[in-house]
Design a protein around this ligand. Structure first.
Ligand code: CAA
Length: 291
């Protein structure tokens, strides 16, 4: 099956990035979220990031215009009846995702493939809530989507070869590299990355280092492009916490227990860049550590 039309559900950080790279690769996109304002804000993000790419001569102005014209606002899911692939990229909450799949299955064609950009939840379990587990696959993009080369592909127990291959072809057309991961909690990247971030929060919690010194150590001592706390703010502390909870519960091992300080930040609503405050405060000219 050749994929031409793609629906993206969720116009946040990840969904807008997915719509961005798919539109740039020539796919027709329908972008959906819970309100028109959110979709428009996602489109503004896409435009801003494309302008950046034009300025650094990675794409042309013509490509930017043509790509934006390929993205249609879908205020509800009714217009999803002509899509080849739907990629769900909503909040990392299993109940929300289940409800979305129930709604999507009612409107899409029987042969439409459903992909989820979940960063940690079982593909097999999500697939089982749909009417098409064979046509359901995990397609996990990395943030920032226009920059990062990798896409993890995760088969549920029932995912067919046709589905997997069709989505792998899309990833190749996006100019990204697919990596196969088995369907276990948090897959490969987050299984390794999130415990490191959680450990950085413990390092802060136990007073081993300050925000500044922890990030500096990992930037300069391990050549990470961002320090772990800066990266946590970039990913979103709520997302970090929910991935740690999935690891903790899914693997039943205390080594994955979320750091209480991470929980405290999330309870405060200090979720990182998206709320302008996390391990850093982003409200001024320069980010300032909050501890
Ligand atoms: N859209 C388009 N282009 C972007 C962009 C975006 N959102 N963000 C950055 N860029 C571009 C910049 O324009 C710049 O392009 P040029 O080289 O053409 O000038 C380039 O990327 C580098 O950006 P900057 O110069 O602004 O800054 P930088 O060198 O510090 O790089 C970064 C920024 C790419 C984000 C880098 O800091 C980095 O790689 N950080 C780590 C990111 C990471 O680990 N991501 C994975 C997170 S885990 C995940 O996503 C999985 C999950 O489920 C949680």
């Amino acid at each position: 099956m050749e994929i031409k039309k793609i629906g993206v559900i969720g116009a946040g950080q990840m969904g807008s990035g997915i719509a961005h790279v798919c539109a740039l690769a020539g796919y027709d996109i329908k972008l959906n979220d819970i309100s028109r304002e959110r979709i428009e804000s996602g489109l503004a993000t896409i435009n801003g990031n494309m302008v950046r790419q034009v300025n650094s001569e990675r794409i042309t102005e013509k490509q930017r215009e043509a790509s934006l014209a390929r993205i249609e606002i879908a205020e509800n899911l009714e217009s999803f009846d002509d899509l080849d692939l739907v990629v769900e990229s909503a909040t990392e909450d299993e109940d929300i995702k289940r409800q979305i799949f129930a709604d999507v299955c009612k409107v899409v064609r029987p042969d439409t493939i459903i992909g989820t950009n979940t960063s940690s939840i079982s593909i097999t379990r999500l697939a089982a809530t749909t009417d098409r587990p064979e046509q359901f696959v995990g397609v996990h993009f990395m943030n920032p989507v226009p920059v990062m080369e990798l896409v993890e592909l995760i088969r549920g127990i029932a995912t067919s070869d046709e589905t997997y291959n069709a989505v792998r072809d899309v990833v190749a057309k996006l100019g990204k590299v697919p990596a196969a991961s088995e369907d276990f909690p948090a897959f490969i990247v987050n299984r390794i990355l999130l415990p490191m971030i959680n450990e950085a929060v413990y390092t802060l919690y136990e007073g081993v280092g300050s925000v500044d010194s922890i990030d500096k150590c990992m930037r300069l001592g391990a050549h990470h492009p961002m320090g772990p706390l800066e990266l946590a703010d970039f990913i979103g502390l709520d997302t970090c916490l929910s991935i740690m909870q999935v690891l903790y519960e899914g693997l039943a091992d205390t080594k994955y227990r979320p750091c209480p300080l991470l929980v405290k930040y999330v309870e405060a609503g200090w979720l990182g860049r998206k709320t302008q405050r996390g391990f850093y405060d982003y409200r001024g000219e320069e980010p300032v550590p909050t501890r």
